[in-house]
Design a protein around this ligand. Structure first.
Ligand SMILES: NC(=O)c1ccc[n+]([C@@H]2O[C@H](COP(=O)([O-])OP(=O)(O)OC[C@H]3O[C@@H](n4cnc5c(N)ncnc54)[C@H](O)[C@@H]3O)[C@@H](O)[C@H]2O)c1
Length: 383
């Protein structure tokens, strides 16, 4: 029997499995994607997170095993995807499928920790179908680009369906988390995770709405923000092309779907997000109409200085622009991975003889660029 079996070896699961193995635990990682397992076992999996390749090498050396089926373990960590379905409702099928698979091998008294972001009540529902197992939820707050640092440094919420479950989960996480562990019940922990991301989504949308308002008045949104933030109790976030990443555009909908009567503001934030994307596309098309020549779009990722394009607003905008303006669009992003249907060139090539440069992501690499053409600085690189 191993100490921990981690189900789901994606962004979160493989880092968690590696950290546990480095802490000296016997860890078995499971993924239903055989290709991913092969890549990990042969150390060929591409790791975009700083430090993760080295950590995985250490963990595999230390005995981290990987495979496609769960084994008997003292504890299980479930880190499988929980996306939205077509109706923007949470799809937790992978969580249930993972629980189903571990139920067949888990010994009585084993701990099951759900790390996947889930609707409120999921851990309780799982506990009801897994008598004899301790069920807890430990939602993750990690930031892509500094995943390992955040996984070890950040405070964690540990929500137990029972007090015993919370304490068992805390004992496990203490093995690799330096941040404080806050024990609570499972429903509170699940709701806290959703509220954290809803809060950030609403604040990003507010910043983007202010930029929309400023643009409509012909006022520079960056100057406006700088002046407004001189108020001692106002701190508007930086506007951008829209909400991206795989958490913020998704998680708030878990609440909207479950509590439509109480989530007017959160639902409105999502509508503002669409308005912002569309406004950027319309603005570029309007500017393009009065110019001849290529239009450079700088940035495809969902935020600066990472290679992550999941739910990226910049990528969405570029795709819409490619549909509208076709070959006039030239795209550059020094970080983004190759993407179907979006050919990229170097930044210099994109900017070279461009008639208009649209900055969609505030990558550090774009700072200091000398651009002769007109610039639409959506991300505020030059602000
Ligand atoms: N990545 C983050 O930084 C982050 C932060 C906070 C919360 N979360 C949440 O954690 C969960 C996992 O996120 P992720 O980014 O690691 O996802 P991911 O898509 O990168 O990886 C999930 C992995 O789970 C595997 N999988 C699917 N069904 C499975 C099953 N039944 N058994 C075993 N493996 C299975 C998939 O093949 C995939 O490799 C999601 O709920 C996400 O919302 C992620």
């Amino acid at each position: 029997m191993v100490d921990v079996c981690v189900l789901g070896l994606g962004t979160l699961g493989r880092a968690t499995a590696a950290l546990l193995a480095r802490a000296g635990l016997r860890v078995h990682g499971v993924d239903t994607d055989a290709e991913r397992i092969r890549g990990l076992a042969e150390r060929k999996d591409v790791q975009l997170e700083p430090g993760l390749s080295d950590l995985l090498a250490v963990a595999l050396q230390a005995g981290l095993e990987v495979g496609t089926t769960p084994v008997s373990a003292e504890a299980y960590i479930v880190a499988v995807p929980t996306p939205l379905d077509r109706d923007r409702a949470p799809d937790v099928a992978a969580v249930w499928s993972a629980v189903e698979s571990l139920r067949e091998v888990a010994p009585r008294g084993a701990l099951v920790v759900i790390e996947s972001t889930c609707p409120v009540g999921t851990a309780q529902a799982i506990a009801a179908t897994t008598p004899g197992l301790l069920v807890a939820t430990c939602p993750e707050r990690a930031l892509p680009g500094d995943l390992l640092g955040e996984l070890t440094r950040n405070d964690r919420l540990i929500g137990g369906v029972t007090v015993d479950a919370a304490e068992a989960a805390a004992a496990l996480y203490r093995r690799f988390v330096d941040g404080a562990l806050h024990l609570t019940d499972a429903r509170t922990a699940e709701l806290a995770k959703l509220v954290e991301n809803a809060s950030r989504a609403v604040q990003v949308s507010f910043a983007n709405e202010v930029a929309l308002i400023a643009d409509s008045y012909g006022v520079d949104p960056w100057v406006l923000r700088a002046l407004v933030n001189r108020h001692p109790r106002v701190d508007i976030l930086r506007p951008g092309p829209g909400i991206g990443g795989h958490c913020l555009p998704v998680d708030p909908w878990f609440l909207v779907c479950d509590r439509p009567q109480q989530t007017g503001l959160i639902a409105a934030a999502a509508r503002v997000d669409e308005a912002r994307r569309e406004a950027v596309v319309e603005r570029v098309c309007a500017l393009a109409e009065h110019r001849e020549g290529p239009i450079a779009c700088l940035g495809l990722t969902y935020k600066p200085d990472v290679a992550d394009v999941r739910e990226s607003a910049a990528l969405d905008i570029v795709r819409r622009l490619l549909e509208r303006l076709g070959e006039r669009i030239r795209v550059a992003d020094p970080y983004a991975p190759p993407l179907a249907g979006v050919d990229t060139v170097s930044t210099d090539e994109a900017v070279g003889d461009a008639a208009l440069v649209v900055v969609l992501v505030a990558h550090r690499a774009f700072r200091g660029l000398v651009i002769e053409a007109e610039v639409l600085d959506v991300a505020g690189v030059f602000a």
